[in-house]
Design a protein around this ligand. Structure first.
Ligand code: 5GP
Ligand code: MG
Length: 448
């Protein structure tokens, strides 16, 4: 998962992009970068680390101009994160260009093999670089047409921002798997971002979402943007995991506030767990908090923050080895013994991936004196690797792909374990539309 942001027709665009990236730090913590266009030249600064570590006041003396795009990278273990940091910038027949990408191209290896066999040289392992090559090799006269030609060769999920000297192009794949929204800045400029929480920070007003298969073109000095339908329309499928885990609760994804959706997921879980006897509901902070609140409100059980989170630590999932992950859960979460002693508790988390977090939490809660621990998960079992932009682990590592619910319950040491079913998830999300549910049902629907 990654965050992308673009700003145009606004003074100090790079600074605004920086704030946008800061608001979307949760979507990627491995690397960060910004490109800006000034005096017909594109400059890029990117490095590994958090947004606040990558940029300093001096960065913005380099990143001048009224147009900028930025990216936060969410990486997988072992990847060369500096080489794979974005934006990906280059120089081609029509001049300078820079691209940021959230998503994953599933035919990237095929495209790359073909390009390499024809003599292309790649700088990174990123699928985003494929797009740059395809644009550069197109014989079309205008960049817009080159982008269309390039994307028609790509299969996968993507939200993209492409910066030329004086234009910014925003594109979403034809299913709209990854979010992308347009906002208006107070000075009349535009901001485009993965999540609307970026707009709130810079006081931009939400205009609308980029539509699946749409290309929105923003031009320097032009007040209006234009729109083209560039990809064959398909039934839109926003990724359900954006609501479950990824997006910030204060973001609105495709018209739905993430916090409200998470509360509904928790309420659905409570209805499923009516028989459970417990003294109170405890969230696994931070990601489990809204669902736990929804659970408590629906079940009328008290809500207790009996697990405290240390905020000065990154997300545990990102750590490469199992030992470090184990230690990190402990570094991150600590139960409050005084609140838990002798109590029966419902613990609510958003998801189980490898089972590391749940196992550790049950262990910590029991150690703190909890009498009964009922684990309730506000999503279905993750059984299939997501290939559309979330780097969930292989089938071998996904615990629900290898164990039944009873076996997982035993493995994590809980008294009971409940997941939402896929229909319950869809109902809580809002059954009026389709979602990308690949992690849960294995329906890899992007084929062409
Ligand atoms: P586990 O410990 O089972 O491997 O992971 C479960 C925890 O990781 C949950 O608390 C959940 O909030 C978080 N999580 C779920 N999916 C993802 C993901 O794709 N990336 C990251 N960083 N964390 C995740
Ligand atoms: Mg979590």
């Amino acid at each position: 998962m990654c965050a992308i942001v673009g700003v145009i027709n606004s003074e100090g665009a790079a600074k605004t992009a920086y704030y946008g990236l800061f608001a979307m730090q949760h979507r990627g913590q491995e690397a960060s970068g910004i490109s800006s266009s000034f005096n017909h030249h594109i400059k890029t600064i990117k490095a590994t680390g958090l947004v606040t570590e990558v940029f300093s006041p001096a960065s913005f003396e380099i990143l001048k101009g009224n147009i900028a795009i930025g990216h936060n990278r969410y990486g997988t273990a072992g990847a060369d994160s500096l080489k794979d940091a974005q934006p990906v910038a280059g120089n081609y027949a029509l001049g300078e260009i820079s691209i940021v990408h959230n998503g994953n191209l599933i035919n990237k290896d095929e495209i790359r093999r073909k390009l390499v066999s024809e003599g292309a040289i790649f700088q990174s392992g990123m699928d985003t670089e494929n797009i740059l090559h395809l644009i550069a090799r197109s014989k079309q006269e205008h960049l817009k047409d080159r982008i269309v030609e390039a994307l028609n060769q790509c299969v996968g999920a993507y939200s993209l921002l492409i910066l030329s000297r004086s234009k910014m192009f925003a594109v979403r794949d034809r299913y709209g798997v990854r979010p992308l929204s347009i906002g208006r800045l107070k000075d009349g400029g535009y901001i485009v971002a993965s999540e609307t929480c970026a707009f709130d920070l810079v006081e931009a007003e939400f205009v609308r979402d980029v539509k699946p298969g749409e290309m929105v073109i923003f031009e320097e000095g032009k007040d209006e943007f234009s729109s083209l339908e560039i990809l064959k329309a398909a039934e839109a499928r926003i990724c359900a995991f954006e609501y479950i885990y990824f997006a910030r609760p204060d973001s609105v994804v495709e018209g739905k506030n993430v916090y409200e959706v998470r509360k509904k997921l928790g309420a659905a879980l409570a209805r499923k767990c009516k028989e459970l006897k417990a003294d109170f509901v405890v969230p696994v902070p931070d990601s489990g908090v809204p669902a736990a609140l929804g659970f408590a409100q629906e079940s009328k059980l008290p809500f207790e923050m009996a697990i405290v989170r240390n905020h000065y630590i990154g997300r545990t999932f990102i750590e490469p080895t199992q030992e470090v992950r184990n230690l990190k859960v402990k570094l991150k979460l600590n139960p409050i013994g005084a609140a838990l002693h002798g109590k029966s508790v419902v613990v609510v988390d958003d998801s189980i991936v490898r089972g590391t977090t749940s196992k550790k939490i049950v262990e910590l809660l029991r150690h703190a004196g909890a009498a009964h621990v009922h684990m309730c998960i506000a999503s279905p079992e993750l059984k299939y690797p997501e290939r559309y932009g979330i780097d969930t682990p292989s089938v071998r590592e996904l615990i629900a792909a290898n164990m039944s619910t009873d076996e997982i319950c035993k493995f994590i040491g809980a008294d009971s374990l409940t997941f939402l079913s896929v229909p319950e998830l869809v109902e809580a999300l809002g059954g009026e539309r389709k979602y990308s549910l690949v992690s849960f049902d294995g329906d890899y629907f992007i084929k062409d």
